[in-house]
Ligand binder design. Structure first.
Ligand SMILES: Cc1ncc(C[n+]2csc(CCOP(=O)(O)OP(=O)(O)O)c2C)c(N)n1
Ligand code: SF4
Length: 293
């Protein structure tokens, strides 16, 4: 029997609170930035919180989805472009930033958002970060930092703490982890913000600031991998560890930003921001000078 011939099925009962929540989600406009494909991430993965923050910011800034390009490498985070409305490019492992840079250089009118895991960005792709930063290409790079390789089932990554037991370090990780925030600041990024996926509402101002910044904006979001990490970045452990960046922090002062980055505390917010010519600005100047000769 096909569906058209089946007798009317009873409608599912939706609790009034849930129904109100669904209405609010519809009204918020965030679904305008989500594709038809539902995310395949594990229930409870921090990536849902990050997606909420990004879509909220895009919606509040009223960025049309046809101007957006989401670029990713490989990993659970790499699946991101499938779940978003806009152009998408799921590239190869670690090559997120060269592809994203090329897209922006070829069509500066596009808004390019590159995303990837800590493995994609700091291990195999680690050599590309300083160059995207020093060019100050006008794009946003969001690192979903869960301190582990999620897609390949829980191997140690460049941000796994020393001593942590993982699939590749059964007797404890012998290596010292990177400090991604210090890395971005010392390479000279013109914008750096940090956040925590377990505080999704706090991500809204962070992404709004990043998407509004002219130049390279690096956003590092700490996020739980609920399937392969039960000891380090867990909702229980991180619940009370996060503080907003103090309002008195001078955001264009690199030394103060570095002090925050080295403090060992978990801060969320915009840590550093400075207006500088972008790659496009310099390219225009070169073209003008070349025409004069
Ligand atoms: C050249 C290459 N080397 C290794 C892999 C296997 N691989 C796929 S994803 C991945 C790491 C994923 O970890 P991360 O980037 O942190 O993203 P997550 O899955 O945690 O979101 C690795 C090693 C690959 N696909 N290609
Ligand atoms: S394996 Fe980890 S990072 Fe990947 S979807 Fe599941 S919880 Fe998220």
């Amino acid at each position: 029997m096909n569906q058209a011939n089946t007798p009317d099925q009873p409608k599912p009962i939706i609790h009034a609170g849930v129904s109100r929540f669904l209405e609010d989600v519809q009204k918020s406009g965030i679904l305008n930035y989500r594709s038809e494909s539902l995310p395949t991430w594990c229930p409870g993965c921090g990536y849902y919180g990050i997606t909420h923050g990004i879509t909220q910011a895009l919606s509040e800034l009223e960025i049309p989805s046809h101007e957006l390009v989401f670029v990713s490498g490989i990993g659970c985070a790499g699946r991101y472009p499938f779940f978003m409305k806009g152009y998408g490019f799921h590239t190869i492992h670690g090559r997120t930033l060269p592809i994203a840079s090329g897209i922006k250089m070829a069509n500066p009118r596009l808004r390019v958002i590159a995303v990837g895991g800590d493995g994609d960005g700091f291990a195999i792709g680690g050599g590309h970060l300083p160059h995207a930063i020093r060019r100050n290409i006008d794009l946003t790079y969001v690192v979903f930092d869960n301190g582990i390789y999620g897609l390949t089932k829980g191997q140690a990554s460049p941000t796994t703490p020393q001593g942590q037991i993982t699939a590749t370090t059964p007797y404890g990780n012998p290596e010292q982890p990177l400090n991604p925030t210090m890395l971005g600041l010392s390479y000279g990024t013109s914008f750096l913000a940090t956040g925590y996926a377990g505080l999704p509402h706090e991500l809204l101002p962070i992404f709004k600031a990043a998407f509004s910044h002219r130049g390279f904006s690096l956003v590092i979001i700490t996020t739980p991998c609920v399937t392969f990490d039960s000891v380090n970045i867990t909702y229980d452990r991180f619940r009370h560890l996060w503080h907003p960046i103090p309002a008195s922090h001078p955001v264009s002062d690199i030394r103060s930003a570095m002090m925050l980055a080295m403090s060992g505390e978990h801060y969320y917010g915009v840590m550093f921001s400075e207006d500088r010519p972008t790659w496009d600005d310099r390219w225009e100047t070169i073209q003008r000078n070349a025409r004069k000769k």
